[in-house]
Design a protein around this ligand. Structure first.
Ligand code: C2E
Ligand code: CA
Ligand code: CA
Length: 765
């Protein structure tokens, strides 16, 4: 089976093939019919001519016979024969043959003796003639004379018994045949053939053109046969003629070449062929056009399928109402469905299911398509806290509502980038300060409380910005940076911040930093600095806060804010803090040996407060050393798992470990939580203390915090005391303890001992 690339080629080839076949059959039929009819004509003409020749033969025979009989019955002639008067006989024969117009005449005696007039016969021929006549079977027939067929006719000479025969011999020549040929309606050729030992010979000699066909023609017994000879196909009819020589039969052969018979039809054959070719060409063209018309919509569908596969628009025009039209209709419907589904999928891929806002991927694409813009992320402050309070569902609504407000304020879509983070492209040309300012303005959309499921919820936003061209890295890196900027803003207590690459460092390097840190814990690189805590009532240093220091061999001094935060994130904070507790206990002993009995404060990450093994370690270590420690706890982390944390804090206090709430005022302070926690000390964040002498509002805050702490039974430590004014103000407010550069910077143990030997408050003193 041949494969066609196009349906129309297939149709065309099929139709052209079928039509060609039909044409061929018709041509064969026509040719056969015409040939048969031509044959019939030739056959009947040959037969008729044969009959005519019979007629000619017998009338000639009768005429000659009569002439011979006249002589044979002539009295004088008979007497001359009887008396053997040879000259008379010969002259009579010559006379007669001249009169009859034959080639020769002879008298053949019954004894075989011949007297010839005109023709002379050789002995063999005479013998043949005599044998035929003496047998009495033949008196007229063909006689071969010198290789030429002759007609011989004999009449008996009776005196009164048979004494011989008068025989006329006349050559069967071409002229006779030509006459016969002229009588016929078709130009046949006639010839008399005799069969000799070496084959058929005709009047012109041996090697007859018909020789090959003669045996069959004779065997056909008067019917015409066709066959090939030297001139091509011919039809031959053989009529037997009587022959004197039984061994050499004679026939009249009438022949006609078939090519000649078909010649008149030739123009018709040509015309037929031309018409067929023309018809075939018309059919091919017609089928081509027809099938093109048929297959055009199919081709259109085929193309549409390819377009559909390529994800392009794939509608086909419906041009008919037949099956193909219906197919096109269903195809369009299907393509439409696929398009819709694809659109839905794309929408789903680019949108947040919960809020219906665009998602992070969408934002990344948005960033990609807008050059030189800022990406701003808005983080919902205290997301986990609020979510735990109002539930996941309401939190989703809260994010959606804030997103709606943000996009209403900017006129641009807002994406939900994380659980509590939204983001957008902020198109403020180049200027970081202006971008920052508009980000801060946008944070104000959260100022008005939100109404969710009937309740009012307060929310706050912090913004982080990153400039698209700020650093190398993928697009997601820009969004990530904006996310980091949110954390950076929160860390500094700002409403918004631009991503600070220097503060962030290299996260990849930071990770390896962590393993460096754990490895360095028991080396010279890491040590504990101590910052004195000055008791404002006793006017003496009564305690120190341990602050970890790390001098990296390659990177130099690394800020604790950086490695502590990382240790919290990577789970190394427990190892770090346990090291700190051991160090503090050892250093407290060393201090005591030097004559200084001081309470040592250790910073304990809130995250560790739900860590049971840390709690067991700390309790065990403290009780074994009978150490006097205080744990400063940053409250942000306590809230992560309040129940567990509160339980562990209770166990610490029960074991005599003091508990301090660190950085009060900077994080997520809540009065309710302040009431529940069994703390001994509250540390006011240095941000408030440092601006104490400038801001009346901060002074008021510090004062009321001191009062509140006192009423809850806690002592108050103010950290970040840098000036005498601040110290005086704090003293006036009833603050219990002061810590800060004014008293001392964090010091290594030997330096601390040295410092402790001096007056507690040099400047104040
Ligand atoms: P923190 O607990 O609030 O520690 C007080 C920070 O304020 C220290 O910074 C200290 O050097 C600084 N400071 C003290 N007085 C003044 C002052 O008068 N003015 C100013 N501007 N700063 C003052 P440092 O040492 O960089 O520590 C940063 C934070 O790292 C600490 O904040 C604490 O949260 C954490 N940290 C330090 N050591 C440890 C530790 O061993 N364990 C844990 N978990 N956290 C630690
Ligand atoms: Ca602290
Ligand atoms: Ca602090």
């Amino acid at each position: 089976m041949i494969h066609f690339r196009h349906l129309r080629t297939r149709l065309t080839v099929l139709y052209a093939g079928l039509f060609g076949l039909a044409l061929m059959l018709v041509a064969v039929a026509v040719f056969t019919a015409i040939t048969a009819s031509a044959r019939g004509v030739v056959r009947s003409e040959l037969t008729a001519s044969g009959a005519v020749y019979d007629q000619l033969w017998s009338s000639r025979s009768a005429q000659l016979e009569q002439g011979a009989a006249v002589l044979a019955q002539d009295f004088g002639f008979r007497e001359a024969v009887a008396t053997n008067d040879e000259p008379t006989v010969r002259s009579a024969l010559e006379n007669l043959s001249a009169r009859q117009g034959v080639d020769g005449a002879l008298l053949l005696g019954v004894d075989g003796y011949a007297i010839a007039g005109g023709a002379s016969l050789d002995d063999a021929t005479l013998d043949t003639l005599w044998t035929g006549l003496n047998g009495g079977e033949i008196s007229s027939g063909v006689l071969d004379l010198n290789g030429q067929p002759h007609q011989a006719v004999a009449a008996p000479v009776m005196a009164p018994v048979l004494i011989g025969w008068v025989v006329f011999i006349d050559r069967l020549d071409q002229a006779q045949m030509t006459r016969l040929e002229e009588l016929s309606a078709i130009p046949l050729s006639a010839s008399v053939l005799t069969r000799a030992a070496d084959g058929w010979r005709d009047m012109s000699g041996p090697e007859s053109a018909l020789a090959g066909l003669m045996n069959r023609a004779v065997a056909a017994d008067g019917a015409a046969v066709t066959g090939r000879n030297a001139q091509g196909e011919a039809m031959v009819l053989a009529r037997p003629l009587p022959s004197f020589d039984a061994d050499a039969p004679a026939v009249l052969a009438l022949s006609y070449p078939m090519a000649k018979a078909l010649k008149p039809y030739e123009p018709m054959f040509w015309a037929l062929g031309a018409i067929s070719l023309l018809g075939l060409a018309l059919l091919v063209a017609g089928t081509w056009f027809l099938s093109r018309g048929l297959t055009k919509p199919i081709s259109a569908l085929d193309e549409a399928v390819h377009r559909l596969q390529a994800g392009e628009d794939a509608r086909v025009e419906i041009t008919s109402s037949d099956e193909i039209g219906r197919l096109a209709e269903s195809f369009n419907a299907m393509a439409g469905d696929i398009r819709d589904r694809q659109a839905r999928l794309t929408h789903m891929a680019l949108h947040d299911l919960e809020t219906g806002l665009p998602n992070r991927l969408w934002l990344e694409r948005e960033v990609a398509s807008s050059a030189s813009a800022h990406v701003v992320l808005f983080g919902v402050d205290r997301f986990e806290v609020v979510r735990n309070a109002i539930g996941f569902e309401a939190m989703g609504q809260l994010v959606a509502a804030l997103g709606a407000r943000l996009s209403a304020a900017t006129g641009a879509p807002v994406a939900r980038v994380g659980a509590g983070v939204m983001g957008m492209v902020l198109d403020v040309e180049g200027d970081d300060a202006r971008a920052l300012a508009s980000a801060i303005r946008l944070c104000a959309v959260a100022d008005e409380p939100l109404k969710l499921i009937g309740a009012r919820v307060d929310a706050a936003l912090t913004a982080g910005l990153a400039r698209a061209g700020q650093a190398t890295g993928g697009l997601d890196a820009i969004v990530d940076r904006a996310g980091v900027a949110v954390d950076q803003a929160r860390a500094t207590g700002a409403k918004a911040a631009l991503f600070d690459a220097a503060a962030y460092g290299d996260p990849g390097a930071n990770l390896s930093l962590m393993s460096d840190l754990i490895g360095a814990l028991e080396s010279e690189q890491v040590w504990m600095a101590y910052q004195p805590k000055f008791d404002l009532r006793q006017n003496a240093i009564t305690g120190v806060e341990g602050l970890m220091r790390w001098n990296h061999p390659k990177r130099g001094f690394i800020a604790p804010d950086l490695f502590i935060g990382m240790a919290e994130e990577t789970g190394q904070i427990r190892a770090l803090t346990e090291w700190g507790v051991r160090r503090a206990i050892a250093d407290q002993k060393a201090l005591a040996k030097a004559g200084h009995n001081l309470k040592v404060s250790i910073n304990v990450s809130g995250r560790l407060l739900s860590d049971e093994s840390f709690a067991r370690f700390a309790l065990n270590a403290v009780s074994r050393a009978r150490a006097d420690l205080c744990f400063e706890i940053t409250e942000t982390a306590v809230i992560d798992n309040p129940e567990a944390a509160l339980g562990i804090i209770d166990r610490f206090t029960a074991a005599g470990i003091k508990v301090s709430i660190d950085d009060y005022g900077s994080g997520l302070s809540s009065l309710a939580y302040l009431k529940r926690i069994a703390a001994d000390e509250l540390k006011i964040d240095k941000a408030f203390v440092m601006s104490l002498d400038e801001s009346a509002k901060d002074a008021l805050l510090v004062k009321s915090t001191i009062d509140l702490a006192h009423s809850l039974g806690m002592t108050v430590t103010a950290e970040g005391v840098e000036t005498q004014t601040a110290l005086a103000l704090l003293r006036g407010m009833g603050c219990d303890t002061a810590q800060g550069y004014l008293i001392a910077r964090p010091l290594a143990l030997p330096a601390l001992i040295e410092r402790l030997d001096k007056p507690a408050l040099e400047a104040a003193a």
